[in-house]
Design a protein. Structure first.
Length: 131
């Protein structure tokens, strides 16, 4: 199991996050999981919500795979409109250029705060020159 930051509710995007459900599900949080599927494209705009809750003044962690970051950004704005305090977790980023707006990222089954990952990546790496 992966240790998540503490939140009132975990909002998983089924299309990207469902296959990782067992990674996050525990006996202590199964009743705090909400599924929220958001489809936004030029042809279809729809929302599907399962186990919805009143999120007023609640801490919510939105979890989705991180390909473009659009779904996480859109959902964050929507959930914030419900007076929730929202953080985002991008799973296995396709590229870090898409990870600029997330609070946490998961790489190799380890959750890192995005700022810590950025600091690590910005450190000068030693060059390896053959002797």
């Amino acid at each position: 199991k992966i240790l998540l930051p503490q939140y009132d509710y975990l909002l998983l995007v089924p299309n990207g996050g469902y296959k990782y459900l067992k990674t996050f599900l525990t006996k202590d949080n199964y009743d705090r999981i909400i599924f929220y599927e958001k489809h936004v494209n030029s042809h279809v705009k729809s929302n599907i919500t399962l186990y919805d809750r009143d999120l007023t003044n609640k801490d919510v962690l939105i979890i989705d795979t991180l390909y473009s970051g659009k779904t996480l950004s859109i959902l964050k704005k929507e959930i914030e409109k419900r007076s929730a305090k929202v953080k985002t977790l991008g799973l296995f980023p396709k590229s870090m250029k898409f990870g600029n707006d997330v609070d946490y990222i998961m790489i190799l089954n380890k959750i890192l705060q995005k700022k810590d990952f950025d600091e690590y990546n910005s450190k000068e790496k030693p060059s390896h020159h053959p002797a």
